[in-house]
Design a binder for this molecule. Structure first.
Ligand SMILES: Nc1ncnc2c1ncn2[C@@H]1O[C@H](COP(=O)(O)OP(=O)(O)OP(=O)(O)O)[C@@H](O)[C@H]1O
Ligand SMILES: [Mg+2]
Length: 263
């Protein structure tokens, strides 16, 4: 019998359903990927270079189309209704693309308005930049003089100001120094506690374990392991990760042997 809890169960804010991507050159980057991120959850995708993490995020953003399957943002199909879907998501890439000749404030004002928000005051922008830890002396400096981490902080501030229910992050801590990385982890924990659904790719196993509600390991476009935070208690995630990658390595080695035998 259905319980009251089940009837009020929330729907996922981000969902990859049987997502498959074969690029034009025949590379199968995703193979039937299924992922759900509920409101108030952080899902970290781990996996080696070329595992399919960025491909997944790019399909959610409709930068590329899936070969099969669907990506839903707040129940809206990202690829058949991209404009509606994208209203529900904020995105921060590894290399934040902002205007070098604009100051931090000018960039924020431009991109926040572009995202459809026009009622913010300078004090709101200042609050967001303080929240991401950008030093106040940099607020009115041009971005061309910013470090990668400082640009990343501006990108995260823009994402916060968009106030979308879902957030996609592609290697968000890659340019950050350890202190900024720690601050960032705290910040996405706060956003999760506000009810956001966060899907991020990362190579930072320790931070993924520390902050995530779910960790998925991708290998060659397949989700080979998925664990909840509770399931990871007492588990050495690095070892688990290496074991899955080792499986892949053996498979590749066998393929290499076979290929060599044929030559
Ligand atoms: N535009 C493209 N055309 C053809 N193949 C692509 C394209 N983009 C990615 N690929 C291939 O798809 C696979 C998955 O790449 P993807 O960028 O999604 O991996 P990733 O997990 O984000 O890796 P990384 O950790 O290095 O960022 C790789 O084999 C890659 O070479
Ligand atoms: Mg990537």
């Amino acid at each position: 019998m259905e319980t009251a809890n089940e009837t009020i169960k929330q729907a996922p804010l981000l969902e990859a359903r049987n997502l498959t991507k074969v690029y034009e050159d025949g590379v199968k980057a995703l193979d039937n990927l299924n992922i759900k991120v509920m409101p108030g959850e952080i899902y970290a995708m781990l996996g080696g270079n070329g595992a399919g993490k960025t491909t997944t995020i790019n399909i959610f953003l409709d930068f590329i189309q899936p070969t099969n399957g669907n990506a839903f943002i707040n129940g809206i199909d990202s690829n058949s209704d991209p404009l509606e879907a994208k209203k529900n998501v904020a995105f921060v890439s590894e290399n934040v693309q902002l205007y070098p000749n604009f100051t931090a404030m000018q960039n924020i004002d431009f991109f926040v308005r572009l995202g459809g928000k026009s009622n913010y005051k300078r004090s709101d922008y200042e609050n967001a930049l303080n929240r991401v830890g950008l030093q106040s002396e940099a607020f009115d400096k041009k971005l061309r003089d910013f470090s990668k981490g400082m640009r990343q902080k501006c990108g995260i501030a823009i994402a916060i100001l968009k106030n979308a229910p879902a957030i996609l992050l592609d290697e968000p801590t890659s340019g950050l120094d350890p202190k900024a990385g720690k601050e960032f982890t705290k910040l996405i924990g706060e956003l999760r506690d506000e009810g956001k659904a966060i899907l991020m790719s990362t190579h930072d196993i320790f931070r993924a374990k520390e902050i995530s509600d779910h960790v998925g390991i991708l290998n060659n476009g397949e989700l080979v392991a998925q664990r909840t935070n509770a399931e990871l208690k007492g588990v050495n995630l690095e070892q688990l990760y290496v074991e899955y990658m080792a499986g892949y390595m053996e498979e590749t080695d066998q393929n290499l042997v076979l290929t060599n035998d044929l030559n």
